[in-house]
Design a protein around this ligand. Structure first.
Ligand code: IMP
Length: 193
């Protein structure tokens, strides 16, 4: 069974391949599927954005499709960056710039109020059009300065246990992350259906 992943991110595709191919899916990226649709991710929640992406691709392909939407929710910032994680601040900022902006906006926030979580929502549509949505979360604390070289995005300031996600190995992160957590739930649901 062919399954289109609504992304061209190599890391994501590799992770989905490893976990979904054993269930009998032939995983292909959006580019490999040859589908080129312009998707406006204008939802206000992770659930809405993941559904928008999956439905846009399923609509033209009529092939099983999986889309995800993720980000970091920081309590002291009223839930920001949230669904705007990829474009927090001004458009010229890169990962490092966005991380610095978070730290600047959290100056003076004491440790006990620096709680945050990564969130990932996966929206799956099977070949017949049946939809499944799952949400995975991973709790952490925002540090005071960036530490570590692994991972991407906000990982250097996201402390999980005694280290940042950018200090943990990729293997460890992929076993406890928000995406891993959502994917485990999806796999359980697919096995039941
Ligand atoms: P998207 O789900 O690919 O749209 O990514 C949303 C944004 O959330 C990314 O660009 C990152 O800024 C942030 N994000 C999501 N997951 C992670 C993660 O595992 N580590 C670091 N940043 C993440």
């Amino acid at each position: 069974m062919k399954l289109i992943i609504a992304s061209n991110n190599k890391g994501k595709i590799r992770e989905y391949k490893q976990l979904l191919e054993p269930l009998g899916y032939e995983v292909v990226s959006q580019r490999e599927s040859g589908i080129d649709v312009d998707i406006d991710e204008n939802g206000e929640t992770f659930e809405e954005n993941a559904a928008i992406k999956a439905r846009a691709i399923y609509g033209v392909s009529k092939t099983a499709t999986l889309a995800d939407d993720s980000g970091i929710v920081i309590d002291a910032l009223g839930g920001q960056p949230g669904v705007h994680s990829a474009r927090y601040g001004t458009p010229d900022l890169d990962d490092e710039g966005r991380t610095s902006l978070v730290l600047k906006n959290m100056q003076g926030v004491p440790d006990e109020k620096r709680t945050a979580r990564y969130v990932a929502v996966i929206h799956f549509i099977d070949k017949s059009g049946k939809e499944i949505s799952v949400r995975g979360e991973c709790e952490g604390i925002i540090g005071h300065s960036p530490v570590g070289k692994n991972g991407f995005g906000y990982d250097p300031i996201f402390i999980y246990g005694d280290k940042t996600f950018a200090q943990h190995t990729e293997e460890f992160k992929n076993s406890v992350s928000h995406r891993a957590n959502a994917l485990k739930q999806l796999i359980e649901k697919l096995k039941q259906s």
